[in-house]
Ligand binder design. Structure first.
Ligand code: PGA
Length: 260
């Protein structure tokens, strides 16, 4: 198992209005109060319109979770209808931004160039970036996943100023495992983690945390953590219920606790 403190991120996607989001945040607060988590960092990533409400209760109730956003513009401001800027999110105490999620890449035409520009905008603003990478089923069946992911990492990260390196986390999310119930095996994840870490080392990012995402749930988190050599998870569906999300967090916490 890797030496990093685990990180578990709940990506709520386009689910939960602000009332539901506050409710889920409060439930997480209660569970964390009853069973505090010392060895795992936790982040929730609500839709834009919920962020202010969620950061308010996180701050006022001192809930030990960070708050992230699912997307941001690469531009500072101006005529970009429908977009949101890094400074707007920073003002709301957002500390984490997902960049290049496969749903943004495939459904909203986010190219590698836009991913690279967005990543730079995020780190320049001082927020943490979670760069999402991962192959589709066709690439996996052809055995091209290592090259595919290496290309995504290079195009997003090459030439990044070293003062920003500590703000980068990578999430490996094979597209065929997202929301499908098909989790990658611990062996597949372990192999890809080694490949990603070796590419990151060549980019001076050998110390970055590398997460896994794709149908992570309370039942598979522990084995992925132990055998898959991951530094934590990016969780979609299972993050929408406080109990299942916290049970994933708890698995990470226990693994870390037991191993050191
Ligand atoms: P999932 O989503 O856990 O529902 O598969 C993961 C993600 O897309 O971040």
């Amino acid at each position: 198992m890797s030496a990093h403190k685990p990180l578990v991120i709940g990506n709520w996607k386009m689910n939960l209005d602000y009332v539901e989001a506050v409710h889920l945040g409060q439930q997480l607060g209660v569970l964390l109060k009853n069973k505090p988590v010392e060895h795992t960092d936790i982040v929730v990533v609500p839709p834009f319109v919920d962020i202010r409400s969620v950061t308010s209760i996180v701050d006022s109730e001192k809930i030990p979770v960070g708050v992230g956003a699912q997307h941001v513009s690469a531009h500072d401001n101006g005529a970009h209808t429908g977009e949101v800027s890094t400074s707007m999110l920073k003002r709301l105490n957002v500390q984490w931004i997902l960049v290049g999620h496969s749903e943004r890449r495939s459904m909203y035409a986010m190219t590698d160039e836009v991913v690279a520009a967005t990543l730079r905008a995020v780190v320049k603003s001082g927020m943490n970036v979670v760069l999402c990478v991962g192959e589709n089923l066709e690439v996996r069946e052809d055995g091209g996943q290592n090259d595919f992911v290496a290309d995504q990492l290079h195009s997003a990260l090459i030439g990044l100023d070293e003062k920003f390196l500590e703000l980068v986390t990578v999430a490996y999310e094979p597209i065929w495992a997202i929301g499908t119930g098909l989790t990658a095996s611990s062996e597949q994840v372990g192999e890809m983690m080694a490949q990603i870490r070796s590419v990151l080392t060549t980019l001076s990012l050998g110390d970055a945390r590398v997460l896994y995402g794709g149908s992570v749930n309370a039942d598979n988190a522990e084995s992925l953590m132990n055998e898959g050599e991951v530094d934590g998870f990016l969780v979609g569906g299972a993050s929408l219920k406080a109990e299942s999300f916290m049970s994933i967090v708890q698995s990470c916490n226990d693994c870390y606790d037991g191993k050191r």
